[in-house]
Design a binder for this molecule. Structure first.
Ligand code: ZN
Length: 280
């Protein structure tokens, strides 16, 4: 399906330029291309993804062409945070009805899937818990689960956000602070510095009684005194717990977050898949 969009993009662009229009309503004048029936596809929500504007497209305040235009995207690649159902519009390339609207990650508004090339991720993990954003919109994802740099083995399902030292870090879920470390300098470094990361671990009780922990790693030295956080403290989701840094195995200032099942000795155990609302 993606190939078909690239295939006709030049025609679409010429058509719009000749009209001098950026209205997505104009695009429905295209005659649909023949295509085979598509299988029903599940597109994941609350997962970040990119899509390409191949010509100028409107950004709407809400998921309808009757909603005000708040911006216009020039051709290029854009980051989206999720999708939601909205007004159904004929797809610019196939003519098939498409009710998906993509939410711009920068919060400016919504773009109809029907006029932009690219799709949200598919194959959503089942029973994955959705956690709150530990940076409340700051930073950008620099390494995903399975990332070759360091998200393999125990850390398979971790997520990294590149963000300047000192960015506030918030609890992703309510729980109890069980581990704290903040002795190490924010010098960064390679794998040799693996055991020199400052971090917080917060324990959460699942509905079946099992315990998992969220971990926030590479924090800024001194975050404990700055926040007053203590072992045994109960924290709420969204509560300030620390500041991002560059301690430990870290080549650039970033926040590493993960959800893991603690080992028998209480140390960082195997990570499990999780989702971060609006980010991943
Ligand atoms: Zn990481």
């Amino acid at each position: 399906m993606k190939i078909k969009k690239r295939f006709t993009s030049a025609i679409a662009a010429v058509f719009l330029v000749s009209l001098g229009s950026v209205s997505i309503n104009a695009i429905s004048a295209f005659s649909p291309l023949p295509q085979t029936a598509q299988a029903q596809t599940t597109y994941c929500k609350n997962r970040s993804f990119t899509a390409k504007a191949l010509f100028k497209v409107n950004v709407r305040a809400d998921r309808s062409t009757s909603s005000p235009i708040v911006a216009v995207l020039n051709p290029g690649t854009y980051q989206f945070s999720t999708w939601e159902e909205g007004q159904s519009i004929p797809d610019s390339w196939t003519g098939q009805p498409d009710n998906k609207w993509y939410k711009l990650a920068d919060g400016r508004g919504w773009v109809a899937s029907a006029v932009i090339a690219g799709y949200p991720p598919q194959g959503c993990p089942i029973n994955v818990s959705v956690y709150q954003d530990p940076l409340k919109g700051k930073g950008t994802i620099t390494q995903r689960p399975g990332g070759a740099t360091s998200h393999t083995g125990r850390a398979q399902y971790a997520i990294d956000f590149g963000t300047p030292i000192g960015t506030p870090v918030y609890a992703m879920r309510a729980g109890t602070v069980v581990k704290l470390e903040d002795r190490f300098a924010d010098t960064g470094g390679g794998e040799a510095n693996k055991d020199k990361a400052n971090f917080i671990a917060i324990e959460h009780v699942e509905s079946n009684g099992s315990r998992v922990r969220s971990g926030y790693v590479h924090l800024q030295r001194g975050f404990i005194s700055k926040t007053g956080i203590k072992i045994g403290q109960q924290v709420q989701a969204g509560q300030l717990i620390g500041y991002s840094g560059n301690s430990g195995w870290s080549t650039n200032p970033h926040l590493h977050v993960e959800v893991h099942i603690p080992n028998a000795n209480g140390t960082f155990g195997q990570t499990i898949p999780f989702s971060i609302q609006g980010r991943y």
